[in-house]
Ligand binder design. Structure first.
Ligand code: OAD
Length: 245
């Protein structure tokens, strides 16, 4: 029983629930995280692959890295944690997903109301005018240009870039009025996203963290579960479902 210390009588089907996720929720789908020992940033320099300066210096290197990741993601499937969120969303009608992930697995698992704070690896846009552009799979590895002359790039947020303003504002508004928040598989190091669980907690939400490792948010969490998301989240679902019905 994971929830023996958690007073479930404070939650109802009308409770407002937020699922805040990072790369760790997709780890069990076989998608590499960033800061784990075998993660991307243990092998590559993030400034070369995920920054404007890196793209200007060697666009083909950046596009190749994103194409490799995109192919791995296409072969992967949503795991038990993504699917569990869909089940939770049937239970809690006011629930949203705020993710730092660009892999699109929440949508493929049937999750609803998804805020993709760092963009989506399957989309492309012009680095100059910002227009969204469709590219065939074949073209994704090469450098393409927009009508305006700008280079085409993945529609993701790079280091040093701002998050979509309206989306991050709405994310902060939503977490500041939620009743229950799950923060799942994020190292809670990259701001402004990492501020969201702190914001929820400071406004009175009950915040549950699921991560095999402790994070800077762990001391603030109401409940910190050191387990894999694909194992912990379905157990939470079973317990909460049984209590609410
Ligand atoms: P990180 O790679 O920083 O953190 C992944 C977290 O997932 C770690 O804390 C792991 O302990 C945890 N984890 C690993 N396996 C897990 C599992 N099976 N279940 C649950 N948790 C698990 O990834 P993020 O926090 O998402 O940004 O990183 C935030 C941002 O930094 C990313 O969006 C990306 C990155 O640089 C950009 O590219 C702009």
């Amino acid at each position: 029983m994971m929830l023996e210390n958690m007073r479930l009588d404070r939650f109802t089907r009308d409770s407002r629930v937020v699922f805040f996720t990072g790369a760790g929720i997709s780890a069990e789908s076989g998608i590499a995280t960033f800061r784990d020992p075998d993660g991307h940033w243990s092998k590559y320099d993030p400034m070369k692959l995920a920054s404007q300066a890196g793209f200007q210096e060697d666009p083909e290197l950046v596009l190749g890295w994103y194409a490799d990741r995109r192919e791995a993601i296409r072969k992967a499937k949503p795991n038990a944690a993504h699917i569990s969120i869909s089940n939770f969303q049937k239970l809690f009608r006011h629930s949203i997903v705020i993710t730092q992930n660009v892999d699109g697995l929440h949508e493929r698992a049937g999750n609803k109301s998804i805020y993709e704070l760092h963009g989506n690896i399957h989309r492309h846009k012009c680095n100059g005018c910002g227009k969204q552009v469709e590219l065939s799979n074949k073209k994704m590895r090469m450098l393409n240009y927009c009508e305006c002359g700008g280079k085409i790039r993945p529609d993701v947020v790079w280091f040093g870039e701002s998050l979509p303003l309206q989306m991050i504002n709405e994310a902060f508004e939503t977490v500041s009025s939620c009743d229950l928040m799950f923060t799942i598989g994020t190292s809670a190091q990259i701001y402004p996203a990492a501020q969201l669980p702190f914001e929820a907690k400071s406004k009175g939400a009950y915040v549950i963290e699921i991560n095999p490792e402790p994070t800077p948010f762990s001391p603030k969490a109401d409940l910190s579960i050191h387990d894999d998301a694909g194992s912990a989240l379905p157990k939470f679902y079973e317990e909460i479902h049984a209590q609410l019905n």
